[in-house]
Design a protein around this ligand. Sequence first.
Ligand code: ZN
Length: 411
Amino acid sequence: MNMDQKTLEQIKKSIKHAMLSPFYQKHFAGFDVKDITSEHDFLQIPFTEKEDLRSAYPLGLSAVPEEKIVRIHSSSGTTGIPVIIPYTQKDVHDWALMFKRCYETAGITPHDRVHITPGYGLWTAGIGFQLGAELLGAMTIPMGPGNTDKQIKMMIDLRSTVLTATSSYALLLAEEIEKRGVKNKIHLSKALIGSERWGDKMRKRIANELGVSLYDIYGLTEIYGPGIGISCDHACGMHMWTDYLFYEIIDPHTGCRVQEGQTGELVITTLTKEGAPLIRYRTRDLTREIPGSCPCGSPYPRIDTLIGRSDDMVKVKGVMIYPGKIDEMLADLDGVSSEYQVMIDHLNGKDMVTLFFETPVQDDEARKTLAETVRLVFKEKIGIMAKITPVGMGELPRSEKKTTRVFDNRY
Ligand code: ZN
């Protein structure tokens, strides 16, 4: 997004405030906020990474006196030490205001009944959905996750009109409702789905089976939680609440800004956060800025649906390969399942990409034809040649956790 003078002043104020925390005193040691007079100066400021935040455990991120902190949330790391984010009363309220705006953008009103299935507790999800809906004046139904029987009973008896969920839980509920044959007793009309990479196939299934319009809601615990952006009725990217945050899209390898509209990693600077302000925080989420204005008339700029995490992204022969793009490409092809793996090897001085995918097609000739189709589409959509190897259904390894699909064996 563009940095105008007002935003620059807000950023300077936020940096000055951040420097009150033990974490930023160390991270920005020797740095003087007075030195920032332009966007160019701002770009010289080092990024803040999730790993850096761990070093501040437990409360090193706090930029306010202890009596100002009213709550903490924590982002679970896959590795060891969690990140603790302290919130002041104002932070909690600002978050609720942003969330209320999300509901309003999705056309939700005080007449709605909001069924909340994300978890409560240290994780930010459930309580964020709750506070925003209450501030809006809607009736909240704070279910939390699990107990599908009870979820569906409450949904029917209380006539929930809005579902809030992760995409996988929304799909599970949709399947259970279908199985029980109670679709005609469900009154849902909208679903707010926590942003993550999810394909069009899944999106269509949830929308059709639940009979709802879908909205992608964005956020991360380090920056308030979910609710810092949402898609509108036009479903063309997520509007970001840029009165609370400044964002940039960078090349994850070089750290430089990408050209407008190009895909890269989302970096966020908080503008008004008191408890734990963050400056140039690398979210690891891959997206792009959508140029131009939205038909809905919202003044807030948009980022595209996430296409994955920068940790999963690799560069081969100068071309970025994003797992999300491969998901999308395969989803559009007949005879190709959503299970695949990409291997990148360095052989005889050259980088080589191999795509393995599962297919129900068994006939050798038919498989060859399918592989040729995939090869051409891969070249066109991903921008690079790959060796294509179809395998039978269930042949690729599965993992309970998030499945890694791209393996870089070059280093
Ligand atoms: Zn819009």
